[in-house]
Design a protein. Sequence first.
Length: 218
Amino acid sequence: MTFLQKVQNAKDLIKEYVDAYPRHGVALSFGKDSMVLVHLMAQIEPKVLVFAVLSNTEFPETLALRDRVVKDWNLHYQEYVFENDVTKGIGDCCRAIKVEKFKEAVRDLDCWFSGIRKDEGFTRVDFQQVENRDGLLKINPILDFTEKDIWRYTAVYGLPVNPLYGRGYRSLSCSRCSAMEQDENESERAGRWKGTICEGGECGIHTQSLRNTVKVAE
């Protein structure tokens, strides 16, 4: 599949689910992938709801990019902030508290759009473009994009970029659980929770249910 075909397929998928599910939103982390996704979505629905779930330990560069993008792109933007416990090790960074805050962000939605890609790391190779978890749809329009495709799109459309990528990071989260590239053969997400059993893994928002379910006593 060519780069242009991937872009068109992403737009077609976005339009299909935007039209079918009025209560929808797109997650923005201000990383390279979600920046591409929001740019794609704005071409289909200029005032789409954009939400971010951020911690108190974000990089200053990420927050500066947020301020610029929200203003310059005139986003319909909502932000949810959670507090990381800095006394804990990086293996416990984000995770459960981020998932809980994400549940709050998508509570009133039937469908949300995510900027994950299959080739980022071992945890994402089996993800699907459309996923249903307890009645909440997650749509992954750029799932088949490669890292090269993301940078190509960013260059073609002149998207703003977090300067941390130019300093050696390939995958960004908060300042505690992100590390620079150390080996040219490592996966793109190898810098996440570096040196812990969680290295290259997931915080849970893409693998757990984001619906709070209540068990009924028998």
